[in-house]
Design a protein around this ligand. Structure first.
Ligand code: AMP
Ligand code: ZN
Length: 302
């Protein structure tokens, strides 16, 4: 079987065995209670570990100010992944033209305006502007989750356009932040291995756009500022179940976040893709989660 048809077969199997609901759009699926039990079970494990470390819990909506993404230079790096919200703001004549275009089957998107809101492209982005100012001694630790949008339609069931991400974010002095990311890399591997997933930790890079992005991709690898925990599922490349990003002072300079001593803070975030973890579990242990190893089911509370 080719990679593509295996991907389509797994997507179909997830729908046929009652985990996903087809919407007709690649990468956009409804979830059943059976699937939610797995993602929420795993999410709870990560959130609990963060809470034991004293993390503050935050939750932002799946939309955020586009201005924040612009400030964070998201459009320089990932323009093709971004989705913005446009709405109808016209008058009655405009409304008549809109309806005429819709019934003629024309492209009516240009009759919508405003892009003040973007769909959240990573759980941590809405957090940084709220941290502007001086951090308490030792910095902060925040755990947050969100529905994420990325415009990357694909047949791969593990490459969704709309998916859930649990992130823990550490903001504070450089050495503490770097150590915290290291700690979570080993915790992440341990956690996924305990669930029976034979994962590996790899140096990684973000998919920076275009020719200019090639250099950024190489630099990110050379700096070892992104790691991923990977497992082969049905893509040509192993699938990243979790990412561990060290931003140094990139976000704290943009949003002026300072440590108690007045220096710019460093930030790192670690993110788990909840659907990817669930799919990895279903692919590894089989599509009947009632027959999974007892310790896996107990760990997830399913
Ligand atoms: P990133 O911000 O790209 O490092 O993504 C964080 C985590 O989200 C990754 O490690 C994946 O587990 C998950 N993820 C990223 N992109 C997707 C996608 N298109 N579909 C599902 N999960 C994703
Ligand atoms: Zn992040």
């Amino acid at each position: 079987m080719t990679g593509i048809s295996e991907q389509q077969a797994l997507t179909r199997a997830l729908i046929d065995t009652g985990y996903w609901i087809d919407t007709g759009v690649p990468g956009v699926y409804g979830r059943t209670g059976r699937f939610e039990a797995i993602t929420t079970g795993f999410d709870r494990l990560v959130e609990q570990m963060a809470a034991e470390d004293g993390a503050e819990i935050r939750r932002f909506p799946p939309v955020m100010p586009t201005s924040v993404l612009i400030e964070a230079e998201y459009m320089q790096s990932f323009p093709e992944l971004c989705g913005c919200v446009h709405s109808f703001e016209g008058d009655e004549d405009g409304h008549a033209r809109l309806l005429a275009s819709i019934s003629a089957g024309e492209d009516w998107s240009r009759q919508l305006t405003g892009a003040a809101l973007a769909l959240t492209p990573a759980a941590c982005y809405p957090l940084y502007p709220t941290l502007r100012g001086t951090l308490p001694q030792g910095g902060r630790l925040v755990s947050l989750s969100s529905f994420i949008f990325r415009h990357e339609p694909s047949d791969d069931p593990a490459r969704l356009q709309s998916f859930q991400m649990r992130e823990n974010v550490r903001i504070g002095p450089a050495d503490e932040v770097a150590q915290w990311r290291e700690l979570w890399m080993s915790r992440g591997v341990e956690l996924l291995e305990r669930l029976g997933l034979p994962v590996t930790l790899e140096v990684a890079n973000d998919p920076f756009f275009g020719r200019g992005g090639r250099m950024l991709r190489a630099n990110q690898r050379a700096d070892r500022s992104k790691f991923e925990i990977c497992l082969p599922v049905v893509a040509e490349q192993p699938t990243a179940l979790a990412s561990f990003n060290y931003h140094r002072d990139k976000f704290s300079r943009t949003f002026d976040i300072r440590c108690a001593d007045g220096e710019h803070a460093h930030t790192a975030c670690i993110g788990f893709g909840l659907e990817r973890v669930a799919i990895a579990l279903l692919h590894t242990h089989g599509l009947d989660c009632a027959s999974w190893p007892r310790e896996v089911r107990t760990g997830l509370g399913i």
